[in-house]
Design a protein around this ligand. Structure first.
Ligand code: TYM
Length: 328
């Protein structure tokens, strides 16, 4: 049977080139080999306050971006999490099979709650909803950036625990982390990952940035001391980040990129990175405009929803019987 691959990108901000590298690019690389489930985790987004109108808009836009990037809407199942009610239902059951201790160890929770007086419960239990997203479809592989690996490992633990107690029920999923671009860094603070919810807009390149903004942001990216260009993530995180971005968007290996920039200065590197991004993103944006003015997004989402509902209902029905809900 064809293996299943599943992932999602939250509509909690405009997508960045980091999201492309960790999430979308891997779908493009694997969509011919796997049965792909690609969804919009809108239920995850409300773990922090959202403006409802903006959230509605972003849900559509993100699907438009998936399609514009080259994710096939025909071959893959693309759907919205909140349209499949079993996500929340399964999440509750899994919550009752999870521990406070394991959730407290999630680094993303620690980072997002650090220094906050009022911490939403959703922020704490969110990795369980993510486990439900994955286990509901019995996904074999979950492609993500490095920041989500711990959450996929939690999903594995929960699946194994459930299987040990009730018998083989869930496929235990494998995280799929790209060799290159698993953590694209913030352009202004290269010690952090690039994020869609950053307050400093200069720190992230968004997939819908203008040519002028792309050039400005790359030219003002923080680099490291010294002036020679080589890859060394520990000592030269800023330069290594630019080399990584160049590699991914010019479709070259890191070795080819390093060779290409041998003897170059920071200024040369930045100009070429900006060039490669401008070419890629302006091309993407014209495809995106065409997708958004067609009826494709709704067609794809309707098809995806109907298919996902069937699979989700089968899994949930099995699980609810196993735990003893209802009248069998
Ligand atoms: P989210 O929306 O934060 O990120 C979407 C995808 O982008 C990756 N990513 C990055 N990759 C490289 N460099 C970066 N700077 C960078 N920033 C983000 C993320 O790792 C992710 O792959 N919890 C998830 C969404 C989710 C999900 C799921 C994913 C919900 N349920 C089930 C997989 C399976 C999230 O918040 O991703």
């Amino acid at each position: 049977m064809t293996k299943r691959l599943l992932t999602g990108l939250q509509p909690s901000g405009e997508l960045t080139i980091g999201n492309f590298c960790g999430g979308i690019k891997q779908i493009l690389d694997y969509q011919r080999e796997y049965e792909v489930f690609l969804f919009v985790p809108d239920m995850h987004s409300i773990t922090v306050p959202q403006d409802p109108e903006t959230l509605h808009r972003r849900v559509r836009e993100i699907v438009g971006m998936y399609l514009a990037c080259g994710v096939s809407g025909e071959a893959n199942h693309i759907y919205i999490q909140s349209e499949i009610l079993e996500h929340a239902n399964l999440s509750w059951i899994l919550e009752c099979h999870s521990y406070m201790g394991e959730l407290s160890r999630m680094t993303q929770f620690k980072a997002k709650s650090d220094g906050k007086k009022e911490i939403g419960c959703g922020l704490f239990t969110y990795p369980i909803l993510m486990a439900a997203d994955i286990l509901l479809y019995n996904a074999d592989c979950v492609p993500t950036g490095a920041d989500q690996k711990q959450h996929v490992e939690l999903a594995r633990n929960i699946a194994q625990r459930f299987n040990a107690r009730y018998g083989e029920t869930f496929v235990v999923p494998e995280p799929l982390i790209p060799k290159l671009g698993a953590k694209i860094r913030d352009l202004q603070s290269p010690d952090k990952k690039m994020s869609k919810s950053t307050e400093n807009k200069k720190a992230s390149i968004f997939l819908n940035d203008t040519e002028k903004d792309i050039r400005k942001k790359i030219m003002s990216a923080v680099t490291d001391s010294g002036d020679s260009v080589y890859f060394d993530e520990a000592n030269k995180p800023g330069v290594s980040n630019l080399l990584t971005i160049y590699s991914v968007f010019s479709q070259q290996t890191l070795e080819q990129t390093q060779e290409h920039f041998q003897g170059a200065r920071y200024g040369d590197l930045k100009k070429e990175v900006a060039e490669v991004l401008v070419e890629f993103l302006t091309n993407l944006q014209s495809k995106y405009a065409a997708v958004m003015s067609s009826g494709e997004v709704d067609e794809v989402l309707d098809r995806g929803r109907d298919y996902a509902r069937e699979i989700a209902a089968q899994t949930y029905d099995k699980v609810r019987r196993l735990v003893g809900f209802g009248r069998v």
